[in-house]
Design a protein around this ligand. Structure first.
Ligand code: HEC
Length: 107
């Protein structure tokens, strides 16, 4: 029994040690701006561009988008036309954070 416990502790420590990802959450549990930016660049900029204005594949210019936060959250969650749904990829908190992030593109 003692052995098993020791093994688990070693496994736990090893799995922590191998995790070289930067922390996804800041101390207060919110997703950091750097992380949101990274998510946007990975999942969204391919169609919308880093400034929201790329408009690939029928994507609208996000800098002139007027839809509200709730609508954006729904759109990002479930997708529409060529825009892929994120519900099985990003957490609800990440979707909300990225939905808020695109407001930065508005003029
Ligand atoms: C494969 C291309 C593609 C990717 C990737 C993509 N989008 Fe879109 N996006 C679109 C298209 C196309 C539309 C228009 C959908 C429609 O209304 O028919 C759209 C619409 C939007 C809108 C609504 C703008 C408006 O005012 O109507 C927002 C906001 C948005 N996308 C944000 C994002 C975010 C955030 C991500 C990353 C999580 C993302 N998109 C990833 C193609 C994409």
């Amino acid at each position: 029994m003692k052995h098993l416990l020791f093994g688990l502790v070693v496994l736990f420590l090893a799995s922590c040690g191998n995790n070289e990802q930067p922390p996804r959450l800041s101390a207060d549990g919110a997703i950091s701006q750097a992380e949101v930016k990274r998510i946007y660049q990975m999942k969204c900029s391919i169609c919308h561009g880093t400034d929201g204005k790329l408009m690939i594949g029928g994507a609208p210019d996000l800098s002139i988008s007027t839809i509200g936060l709730e609508e954006r959250i729904a759109l990002i969650t479930y997708g529409k036309e060529t825009m892929p749904p994120q519900k099985d990829i990003l957490s609800a908190a990440e979707i909300k954070a990225v939905a808020a992030y695109v407001e930065n593109f508005r003029n």
